[in-house]
Write a protein that binds this ligand. Structure first.
Ligand SMILES: Cc1ncc(COP(=O)(O)O)c(C=O)c1O
Length: 380
């Protein structure tokens, strides 16, 4: 079969289901604004939650590191790409999560993919939340371990799987997200950690979208705990990490293929992340404001189309529409009114749960939140 013919057919199928995706040129500006096709929009679709990606201090840190070290790392971390800034950044991350050590990866996706596939193998069991991110699922597949899924944030469903299956496998890893990327909700981590202990399972928590860990001292037992995070969202730069015991990190640094066989991050990115952590700690208002903005949106009137949204302490608020076509239509109408709110469709979310995913940042203004709510209220 001719390759292009095959792919054209697949593209047509996707288009007929309203599931085709296209890249759009997007210029992000200093505030929550974005330029597309020469027009300015207020964006509720960025993960730069703390408004740091365009911060002057971060830019200066990047420029300084570029001037000193050049633009590229030149090799993988294990060869000559391990700039001393890695150690500085990894120490900050370990301290942040109150664990012994950390390993920085090229991205959050690479961190999950690499760590899960390095830790688990045939005859092991991975139990992941039904709504887990693609990089968790792909990492599990790559590992060769058996994978089972528990109902979203449902500890009874998790316990059922553990009690029925745990004894049939060598090692067991339970994976969840501290805040779910498309739903903005959170599991009870303490109870999950207790359950993992009871069934001799390891717990992996993805903190990619969680803001609360920057401001709270919440602590979980650290043994058998694997923490994952990203430097590409709240931190505003790029990269991902795994944090945990020194032994875990020593092992990953010598066995994780997505850390070993890829070029190290540019030094400018590492310097940016270090500067960003300093700002996050000294300007705590950023986390508070992002969360307050989400709460403000919900309090205004979120009873759209049967959505009875409650503030659950995260900056992500989904407005579930259902059909992909309808979600696209509402998103297009908002776009025509100057607001960018992406429609999220399958396979990112389950069928018939297409949604508008609002992500709030420290830089959104109340008047814009009021305006978008008013328009949305008329559309759904
Ligand atoms: C829950 C979750 N984990 C991991 C990632 C990957 O992180 P990164 O964007 O740094 O590759 C994402 C990205 O959207 C995510 O939502």
């Amino acid at each position: 079969m001719n390759l292009d013919n095959l792919l054209n057919k697949k593209l047509e199928d996707l288009a007929s289901q309203n599931l085709l995706r296209k890249l759009r040129d997007s210029e992000r500006l200093k505030v929550a604004h974005i330029i597309r096709d020469g027009k300015k929009y207020i964006s509720f679709s960025c993960n730069d939650y703390l408004g740091l990606a365009n911060d002057e201090r971060l830019k200066k840190a990047a420029i300084k590191a570029t001037e000193k070290y050049g633009v590229g790392a030149g090799a993988s971390r294990l060869i000559t790409g391990n700039n001393p800034l890695y150690t500085e950044l990894e120490n900050i991350i370990a301290k942040q999560h109150n664990v012994e050590s950390a390993a920085v990866f090229g991205s959050g996706y690479m961190a999950n993919l690499g760590a899960i596939s390095a830790l688990m193998e045939e005859n092991d069991l991975i139990i992941a939340d039904k709504l887990s991110h693609s990089c968790i699922i792909e990492g599990a597949k790559l590992s060769g371990a058996e994978m089972k899924r528990f109902l979203h944030n449902d500890l009874t469903s998790l316990e059922n799987l553990l009690s029925k299956n745990r004894d049939n496998y060598k090692n067991c890893l339970v994976v969840t997200e501290a805040v779910f990327s498309m739903d903005g909700d959170a599991p009870n981590l303490q109870e999950m950690a207790n359950m993992c202990k009871k069934y001799d399972a390891w717990l992996m928590i993805d903190y990619a979208h969680d803001l609360s860990h920057f401001t709270s001292n919440f602590q979980l037992p650290t043994s058998n705990l694997i923490i994952m995070g990203t430097l590409s969202k709240a931190i505003g730069a790029y990269g991902g990490y795994i944090a945990g015991s020194q032994t875990l990190i020593d092992y990953l640094k010598t066995s994780c293929k997505t850390l070993m066989f890829t070029t190290a991050l540019p030094p400018s990115v590492l310097a940016t992340c270090i500067e960003s952590y300093t700002i996050v700690y000294s300007e705590k208002w950023r986390v508070e404001k992002a969360l307050d903005n989400a709460k403000y949106f919900i309090d205004l009137d979120c009873h759209f189309h049967g959505n009875d949204t409650e503030f659950v302490g995260s900056q992500i608020v989904p407005i579930i529409i259902g059909e992909a076509e309808k979600a696209l239509e509402v998103s297009t109408k908002l776009y025509e009114s100057g607001f960018l709110v992406h429609a999220i469709r399958p396979p990112t979310v389950p069928t018939n749960t297409s949604r508008l995913r609002f992500s709030f940042s420290a830089l959104h203004e109340r008047k814009d939140i009021e305006k978008v709510t008013e328009i949305l209220g008329k559309l759904i």
